[in-house]
Design a protein around this ligand. Sequence first.
Ligand SMILES: [Cu+2]
Length: 176
Amino acid sequence: MITNGDKRRDRDADTVRWVVLGGLAGYLGIALLILTVSLANIREDERALAENARVIEVVATEFAFEPKPIELERGETVRLVVENRGRVPHEFRLTTQADIDEHLAHDHVEEEHVDGPGLIYLEVGETKELLWTSRGRGADVNRAVCLLPGHYELGMVVDVVGLDDDIAGDVDRDRE
Ligand SMILES: [Cu+2]
């Protein structure tokens, strides 16, 4: 038997549910607003960074990159404008010799040709940009490479060296 007391309890439970849901929706709304504003700020910061960044023009051909080496100052943000002047697709990948060795050890595992942090894939005739901030010695990249099968072996690798420390010396040593 349903009593009036039961009905009231149901109504009360409904009210509580709606208040909780409303509260959650409110919180979500505010969180979304904060996220949107933060993302807009990040985009604004990136735009400012890109505008002030030193431009380094890089040309990819078969099978080399110019210039050689790519020189960065510690903490410097550069805009790498990479043009594929070759007759086949290439990639431009900022990485370390250790990662290259690792990649080669796995016999050129076929990867999807998608751009990512420090990586752009270039069709013939394509020019793309990469914004990069050098973090300095130890945690940073020391090579720019194309890891499409066979390209590294044919010479598509350049040193990425620091202008203000002795990364260059280390790179020269470990390539010998
Ligand atoms: Cu290549």
